[in-house]
Design a protein around this ligand. Structure first.
Ligand code: DGL
Length: 269
């Protein structure tokens, strides 16, 4: 048994890396649904079906707890999965809530009524499906009042990262930041609402300017996973860990090794 981490592709490795650094004693099974990435341009039904199939594969690998290290799946499928699909002895958690709690200065599980927070103008960068779901605004409204969110759907960025074309990814990030600024000239905070985007964090920060706080999920999710496992030690895995992909293991291993700057070897899911 180990903890499962799922993403459509390589983006969730940013979460895995932070989780491994925070919890070195835990084994992780990472599953990249590379054959079907990107999810961000798919319909909600399609994302639900693909995510259930991938999470089932992680249950079959011995995981009782699966983290959807994918905002698109968390936004478009998680609630429906929890309501109608996840078996009673398993848990599936998303990556949205830890980030919103950080933005709204809340502790885990603080369910008090929404209140005013330090930021009023927030830019959200995410995939088209995440933006269309409005899940971020919904979760934020449960916790904060008076926050103006401008969402920018960042078409093409995930494809460019999955293809290893970082020059294109960089150019697209800059043009999406320009587009956002035309709608919201002075954001105070920017949310990188896709787990692929921490790989482009420098480009986002440069294009936004030093006075914009950029929130990226990896570290926040690592912390809240540690907190969750402390309260639910029965969900802590004892191995073996693995890297699984529905795509070509050789290509995916090469890209993953390049991104994390350490040897990563994927096998066929
Ligand atoms: N990295 C994922 C996310 O956080 C998925 C992106 C995609 O497949 O489009 O949204």
């Amino acid at each position: 048994m180990a903890v499962g981490i799922f993403d459509s592709g390589l983006g969730g490795l940013t979460v895995l890396d932070a989780a491994q650094a925070r919890l070195p004693e835990v084994e992780f099974v990472y599953l990249a649904d590379s054959a079907h990435a990107p999810y961000g341009v798919r319909t909600a039904d399609d994302i639900f079906d693909l995510t259930c199939a991938a999470v089932q594969r992680l249950f079959d690998a011995g995981c009782d707890l699966v983290i959807l290290a994918c905002n698109t799946a968390s936004a478009a499928a998680l609630r429906r999965m929890q309501e109608s699909w996840v078996p009673a002895d398993k848990r599936v958690l998303g990556v949205f809530v830890p980030m919103i709690e950080a933005l709204t200065e809340r502790q885990w599980g603080d369910n008090s009524p929404p209140r005013e927070v330090g930021v009023q103008h927030v830019a959200l960068f995410a995939t088209p499906a995440t933006v269309a779901s409005r899940a971020f605004q919904r979760e934020l409204a449960f916790r904060a009042i008076g926050v103006d969110v401008e969402a920018q759907a960042c078409g093409g960025v995930v494809d460019a990262i999955e293809d290893g074309d970082m020059i294109l990814a960089d150019a697209l990030v800059r043009s999406h930041v320009d587009a956002l600024r035309r709608k919201m000239p002075e954001p105070q905070a920017a949310i990188l609402g896709c787990t692929h985007y921490p790989l482009m964090q420098e480009a986002f920060q440069e294009a936004l300017g030093a006075n914009v706080s950029v929130y990226s999920q990896a570290g926040l999710v690592g912390e809240s996973l540690a907190d969750y496992l402390e309260r639910h030690p029965d969900k802590m895995g004892a191995g073996p860990g693995a890297f699984l992909t529905t795509g070509d293991p050789k290509t995916v291993s090469q890209r993953a090794t390049q991104f994390l700057r350490r040897q990563i070897t994927f096998e066929a899911a």
